[in-house]
Design a protein around this ligand. Structure first.
Ligand SMILES: Cc1cc2nc3c(=O)[nH]c(=O)nc-3n(C[C@H](O)[C@H](O)[C@H](O)COP(=O)(O)O)c2cc1C
Length: 198
C-alpha cells in the first residue's frame, strides 16, 4: 500500500555500513528518479552513484548531519552510508528558473527513497554541504551544480513519527535508547478551508 510505504519512508542517518548495496538496486533507484515529473519536462537532473569506499570516506566529512542534534556528530564509523546518490543540476539543460529544478529534485528523490524503502533500504537527503568543495572532490565539469546528496544504506536505527507537542517544537530528537523521533504537524494544522462566497 502506498500509504504504508509513505509512512515508512523516514529519514535514517545510521546504517549498516558493511552491508553493500547492489549496483542493480542503485540503478533501479536512479531509474525511479528518472521517471519523475519535471517542470517543462526539462529533465535537468543528473545523478552520480558513489559506492567506492575511498570516495565515500572523502565525501562523508563534507556532509552536515542532523542540525537539530548538536551533540550528535553524525553517524560513527561502521554506521555510515553504504552509498550516495549525488543529485546534480545540468545547468546547460536549464531553461526556466532554478527553483523549478528544486521541485523536480523533491519528486525525484522521493521516488528514489520510496523505492529504496520498499527494498528495506533507507536514506537521508543532505543539503548541508559546501558546494565548491563538493564540486572539486567529485571533479565535476562547470556545467554541473550539486543540489543534494542522498545517503543510503540498510538501517541501523529506528525512527518513529510523533505528533507535534503544544509548544510547536518541530525539532526531532534521539531518546535514551537511540530511537529517533520526528514530530509532524497534525492534519488539522496543515489544512485550510477554502473561503466561501467568491
Ligand atoms: C531538501 C532537504 C534537505 C535536507 N538536508 C538535510 C541535511 O543536510 N542533513 C540532515 O541530517 N538531514 C537533512 N534532511 C532530512 C530532514 O531533516 C528530514 O527530512 C526531517 O527531519 C523529517 O524527517 P523525515 O524525512 O523522516 O520525515 C533534509 C531533507 C530535505 C527534504
Amino acid at each position: 500500500m502506498i500509504a504504508d510505504l509513505v509512512r515508512r519512508t523516514r529519514t535514517v542517518r545510521r546504517f549498516q555500513e558493511e552491508r553493500a548495496l547492489e549496483p542493480a538496486l542503485l540503478r533501479d533507484l536512479v531509474e525511479l528518479s528518472r521517471l519523475g515529473g519535471s517542470a517543462r519536462n526539462g529533465q535537468v537532473l543528473k545523478y552520480m552513484v558513489i559506492t567506492d569506499q575511498a570516495l565515500r570516506q572523502a565525501l562523508f566529512p563534507l556532509l552536515g548531519w542532523a542540525g537539530y542534534l548538536p551533540d550528535w556528530p553524525g553517524p560513527a564509523a561502521g554506521e555510515r552510508p553504504a552509498a550516495y546518490v549525488v543529485c546534480l543540476l545540468d545547468k546547460e539543460l536549464l531553461k526556466g528558473a532554478e527553483s523549478e529544478a528544486h521541485c523536480d529534485l523533491g519528486i525525484a528523490t522521493q521516488n528514489l527513497l520510496l523505492g529504496a524503502a520498499e527494498q528495506g533500504v533507507f536514506g537521508c537527503r543532505i543539503g548541508a554541504f559546501a558546494p565548491a568543495v563538493m564540486h572539486r572532490l567529485l571533479q565535476l565539469e562547470e556545467r554541473f551544480k550539486v543540489l543534494l546528496v542522498v545517503a543510503l544504506g540498510y538501517p541501523a536505527e529506528s525512527v518513529v513519527l510523533e505528533e507535534l507537542g503544544p509548544d510547536g517544537d518541530i525539532r526531532y530528537w534521539h531518546d535514551a535508547q537511540g530511537v529517533h523521533h520526528v514530530p509532524k504537524r497534525s492534519f488539522e494544522d496543515i489544512i485550510l478551508e477554502p473561503s466561501v462566497g467568491l
